[in-house]
Design a protein around this ligand. Structure first.
Ligand SMILES: *Cc1c(COP(=O)(O)O)cnc(C)c1O
Length: 359
């Protein structure tokens, strides 16, 4: 007997994939949702959908994961890295405005730790200059901006279900589309450049190669795992926001003492229990604190290395300094964050952190 006969379809775009798509569209109001094998892949799809070609300029933060940039670099785009704001490690609107040229084809924003960027201002700039806006919402599932879900705030958005995120399936992601003009082509790009999805709906009587594309869709095994997480979506989010609340409570006095800073959520942003991070006074102190906590058995870590001065990008960078990016990269510390992290443990983490400063 064939495996498929026992288990049903286990390749992509089957029953569980559809259930996940329906969940996301119903729950968050995306125009269309397509599961992908990673957020990196979803980002590559956005570059194809935005018709990014060699020489096109794309503005994005330097303070992000390498995939945000790679997706556009492999299409030959010129990446123009923008600095973050001084207060919060999200892209600065003023920097975006300064970097726009007639060649600017796309702006990619990252909602750091799930806190939405200043999308009203960014979209206003984009409309004025006819630029596509993409949300790298890898951290931002379940987060809102002035009452609207992250992922619905721009032309397209990408999400990650990598095991470090809120909702997980090992490796996985999603593309969310908010403009009808993308829907058909996105399905084609997703299914190796073929119109196979339309064929399965009976809209065409054979399928073939109609555009460029790749195999961006996950197997049903992945989708089924993901769907089980989605069935628990509210439970997971409630638990993760509880962890965050506990952290904010127990780190409040450290924050007020100025020994550490916990940046306030930007205007209109909400908490989605993605991570807990703080900003140290100096890079040196941050590194010593991480070392101290690690020694005490607490797995605290740093975060993004700036992309503009990375080994790959340095020769391509235009030489502008991005001081806020450098400062956040040097001074951000992230604390352990997972469902089931107990209040007592969080209190102990805060006490141990305070002990470091009182040595
Ligand atoms: C995790 C992450 C990605 C990559 O997600 P994958 O699913 O691992 O490809 C991209 N951008 C940001 C901001 C991320 O945090």
């Amino acid at each position: 007997m064939q495996m498929a006969a026992i288990f049903g379809q286990i390749s992509g775009n089957g029953a569980y994939t559809k259930k996940c798509h329906e969940f996301f569209v119903d729950r968050f109001g995306f125009g269309k949702s397509l599961l992908t094998t990673s957020c990196s892949d979803a980002l590559e799809m956005t570059a194809l959908l935005a018709h990014i070609e060699p020489g096109d300029e794309v503005i994005m933060p330097s303070f992000t994961f390498v995939s945000t940039a790679n997706a556009f670099a492999i299409r030959g785009a010129i990446i123009r890295f923008a600095d973050t704001t001084a207060e919060y490690p999200n892209i600065s609107v003023q920097q975006i405005a300064e970097l726009i040229t007639p060649k600017t084809k796309a702006i990619v924003v990252v909602h750091y730790a799930g806190a939405a960027c200043d999308m009203n201002a960014i979209n206003a700039l984009a409309v004025k200059h006819n630029i596509t806006v993409i949300e790298d919402a890898a951290h931002a599932l379940g987060a809102f901006y002035h009452g609207r879900p992250c992922g619905t705030l721009a032309d397209m958005a990408t999400f990650s279900f990598h095991e470090t995120k809120n909702i997980i399936c090992g490796e996985g992601g999603m593309l969310a589309l908010n403009k009808k003009e993308y829907f058909n082509r996105a399905e084609i790009i997703w299914e190796k450049g073929t119109n196979r999805a339309a064929f399965h709906r009976g809209e065409v009587n054979k399928y073939g190669w109609v555009d460029i594309g790749s195999s961006f869709l996950p197997s049903e095994l992945i989708s089924a795992f993901l769907y089980a997480q989605l069935e628990q979506f509210d439970v997971i989010q409630m638990e993760r926001t509880r962890v965050k609340r506990d952290y904010l409570k127990h780190f409040d006095s450290l924050n007020r003492s100025g020994l550490l800073t916990i940046p306030k959520l930007p205007d209109g942003a909400t908490e989605n229990g993605n991570m807990f991070f703080a900003v140290c006074r100096t890079g040196e102190e941050r590194n010593q604190l991480i070392k101290y906590l690690n020694h005490e058995g607490i797995h605290a870590v740093f975060h993004y290395l700036p992309l503009h001065n990375s080994p790959y990008f340095t020769p391509h960078h235009d030489g502008r300094e991005l001081p806020n990016t450098i400062r956040f990269s040097d001074t951000i510390i992230r604390f352990p964050f997972y469902s089931g992290l107990e209040t007592d443990d969080i209190e102990w983490i805060a006490k141990t952190t305070a002990k470091f400063f009182n040595r």
